[in-house]
Design a protein around this ligand. Sequence first.
Ligand code: FAD
Length: 374
Amino acid sequence: MSAVNKVLIVGGGIGGLCAAIALRRKGIEVDLIELKSEWTVYGVGIIQQSNVVREMARLGVLDGYLDAAYAFEDVAIYGPAGQQLARIPGQRLAGPEYPANVGISRLALHKVLSETALELGARVRLGLSVESLADQGDSVDVLFTDGSRGDYDLVVGADGLFSRVRHLLFGDSYTPRFTGQAVWRYNFPRAPQIDHLANYQSAEGNAGLVPLAGDLMYLFLTSHEPSNPWMDPATLAEQMRQRLQGFTGLIGELRDQISDSSQVVYKPMEVVFVDEPWYRGRVLLIGDAAHATTPHLGQGAGMAIEDAIVLSEELTGDGGVEQQLQRFMARRFERCKYISESSILAGDKEMQHDREFDRIGLVKQMLARTAEPI
Ligand SMILES: Cc1cc2nc3c(=O)[nH]c(=O)nc-3n(C[C@H](O)[C@H](O)[C@H](O)COP(=O)(O)OP(=O)(O)OC[C@H]3O[C@@H](n4cnc5c(N)ncnc54)[C@H](O)[C@@H]3O)c2cc1C
């Protein structure tokens, strides 16, 4: 198999954009297609931990990214009334001059990544997907949904949980599974004491406060929704307040201010893990398309970003595509499987109300494992 000079990335989310940036920095030609005709993301925030800050530095976007983010150090875990149970100091993996962790609005992250990808020469087409992929051995013949065609050395499916590329590769072998839980989110002006990631545990679910900017934070809550009910959008504020009844302290105060159902972002948790190599021939899956998990450890996007960097390193290493993708898998599979399974475990333990489960220990273990080089 010949070297990879021209790549098609399917999906312009976090993983696809980071892959576009990383590959362009290595001089590889990149076409990126995105299903949405308006290239926006929904406006909630995201936690990015030390390993992600380190990879953002390697991606060469750290300064713009930090300008758009809220930098913080520690992760604290509290009981439902706000009593501190643990405080885990941040690890400055990007270097002593950079913060350990950040919270950033998804919109701001998308702006930094999409502008950088375009500046570096990625060719982006919106409102487009793949109809079919024909792997010819030394290239992939792609038929796009607008009837046009393209020829690529590698196709990267970064098209998320309901990946079309995954379907084209593996049929219905891997379909998303509802875990039994959902996540609720709501933005607030940042409270001065929320200068760190604050997790609050209760028997009914976990809540958290994530600083996103000097004047912005968001509250998240996980809840057990066994039947995956349809939620009437007009009732979301009331339903979120109900599910926060077990909390007092700051979370209790904020709960009473949740009034605008249109600002509540509700999402059932769905997961998928491709339990075999994420490629066939010259078509590869990265990010949620290969390993979407629950947000309990705040590492889903982190794993997608790491996938992108490792891919760019391996594609410019020795050997043919098969060897390059084998090396990619060797560096990614177990790490992503650990994050995927540990995140799902944390959610299962919440649903079982298992008070013996050492959640703090799991968070510490995850931080130690993700601090290891990729
Ligand atoms: C509630 C919640 C909270 C989370 N919080 C965190 C967190 O704090 N920290 C963290 O690291 N992770 C978090 N995650 C996980 C994180 O959001 C995902 O892991 C991350 O977005 C995966 O990126 P991706 O690029 O692989 O997929 P996506 O972000 O899903 O992007 C896929 C892109 O592909 C496009 N697309 C889809 N189908 C097609 C198609 N057929 N053709 C072309 N384009 C297509 C989509 O429109 C989208 O733009 C959270 C997830 C959830 C659900």
